[in-house]
Design a protein around this ligand. Structure first.
Ligand SMILES: Cc1cc2nc3c(=O)[nH]c(=O)nc-3n(C[C@H](O)[C@H](O)[C@H](O)COP(=O)(O)OP(=O)(O)OC[C@H]3O[C@@H](n4cnc5c(N)ncnc54)[C@H](O)[C@@H]3O)c2cc1C
Length: 382
């Protein structure tokens, strides 16, 4: 550690925390970014776990709200810079299709940023991609830069840039927070770190370290990954009202290579009767293989939507989404000297650079500089 006392300590080195750490360091704050990497073996780890343990996360400007389109566009606009300065590539612009009742509004929101998002029909989708969508919903197609990012590599890139910007990165969990000498002392296996102010970016682990409690839900999610060679035709997909209606929405990331060398398409979705997890249930959830009902429904949907694809064996994994009543992340102050940048509502990977940047602006003299009303992100406590 280079500093006796930091201006800001970021707790959590996931997608938003790593981005915030980079922006804070590059803005000249003495910054510590404290958080462990992904557990090497989730089945044996006692946590904390992260919500980005994967090789693909959809990125797109077309979105269900203008705020989500705004933060995505801002982030996507910086991908090339992050990749080139870190030397870590993470973006694959393979395109995106969405099927939603309000599809025209998705196009309008993306058009603000010059995206080529446009309405298409089911026949075009079938011929171009092999995806069979029969629910009659409006369909949107968006080309590059829509596609997917590798979330692990984006976190690595942000971490590298944070270090190049002068931040100290501490690869361990914070186990205790105390007020100390007008600031804070953070405790962990690294000893103690002293900082004037804190930015909490702990994902599903939220406010566990503090007396205040954020109004968030921890929504259990399961992913199904089926072996499938990449034929270069399948784009990312998000679809409302999928064929098997035990989930009300599905998404997928086209075939990508996983660490074991297998190439798989990944499908996930939102179960109608979502399983909500209490903080003490997270470890057991991450030790398992996901929810059998969701696995069955997602598998049915994959086969129905890709009727001609030679899908192979299936593996499954658990994950958690941190959701808010507002549907937007929380970015703001919650206590004297403590701000949060948290709760991605299942949509923050693509936009994590802008969400982290907005978190970092809370600590700058110039303050909030986005056209988005900060009230949209106001944290709510229980
Ligand atoms: C199955 C699934 C699919 C998704 N698909 C997409 C998608 O296609 N596109 C998209 O844009 N988004 C997607 N998301 C959402 C996206 O992955 C999340 O919104 C994003 O990871 C949230 O970032 P975060 O930094 O808040 O949380 P995380 O990335 O989980 O990071 C939080 C970090 O905090 C750390 N932490 C916790 N407690 C402590 C502690 N005490 N001390 C130090 N560190 C701590 C954890 O170790 C973790 O690294 C998906 C999410 C899931 C679960």
């Amino acid at each position: 550690m280079q500093s006796d006392r930091y201006d800001v300590a970021v707790i959590g080195r996931g997608m938003i925390g790593a981005a915030a750490g980079r922006h804070l360091a590059e803005a000249g704050h003495r910054t510590a970014v404290i958080g462990p990497g992904e557990p090497p073996d989730r089945r044996r780890s006692q946590g904390p776990f992260c919500s980005h343990p994967d090789e693909g996360r959809i990125t797109r400007i077309a979105a269900r709200t203008q705020t989500w389109a705004d933060v995505a566009a801002a982030s996507i606009g910086r991908y090339a810079d992050i990749a080139s300065r870190s030397g870590i590539s993470f973006h694959e612009p393979c395109g995106f299709i969405a099927g939603y009742p309000d599809a025209p509004a998705w196009v309008t929101r993306a058009a603000k940023y010059g995206s080529d998002a446009r309405l298409v029909d089911a026949e075009w989708v079938r011929e171009t991609t092999g995806i069979s969508i029969t629910n009659g919903l409006g369909l949107v197609a968006e080309g590059a830069p829509a596609g997917y990012i590798n979330p692990r590599r984006l976190v690595a890139a942000q971490t590298r840039l944070a270090e190049l910007g002068g931040a100290d990165v501490i690869d361990a969990a914070v186990t205790g927070v105390r007020r100390h000498d007008g600031g804070f002392a953070l405790d962990g296996s690294f000893g103690s770190v002293i900082a004037d102010r804190l930015l909490v970016a702990t994902g599903a682990f939220g406010s566990d370290l503090f007396e205040w409690e954020l109004d968030v839900e921890r929504r259990a999610r399961t992913t199904v990954m089926a072996r499938l060679a990449d034929d270069g035709r399948i784009p990312c997909l998000i679809l409302d009202q999928p064929p098997d209606d035990r989930v009300h929405e599905i998404y997928w990331v086209p075939p990508v290579e996983y660490p074991d060398g297998s190439v798989r398409i990944k499908i996930g979705g939102n179960r109608k009767d979502t399983i909500l997890l209490e903080p003490h249930e997270l470890t057991e959830w991450f030790h398992g293989d996901g929810d059998p009902v969701e696995i069955d429904s997602l598998t049915e949907n994959l086969f129905a939507l890709l009727p001609d694809a030679p899908l192979g064996d299936i593996v499954t994994a658990p994950c958690v989404i941190t959701g808010t009543p507002t549907g937007a992340p929380y970015i703001g102050w919650v206590d004297d000297g403590v701000a949060v940048a948290i709760a991605g509502n299942g949509s923050a990977a693509k936009s994590s650079d802008e969400l982290g940047r907005l978190g970092a602006t809370l600590f700058s003299d110039a303050g909030w500089d986005s056209a988005i009303d900060p009230a949209s992100f106001a944290p709510q406590l229980l």
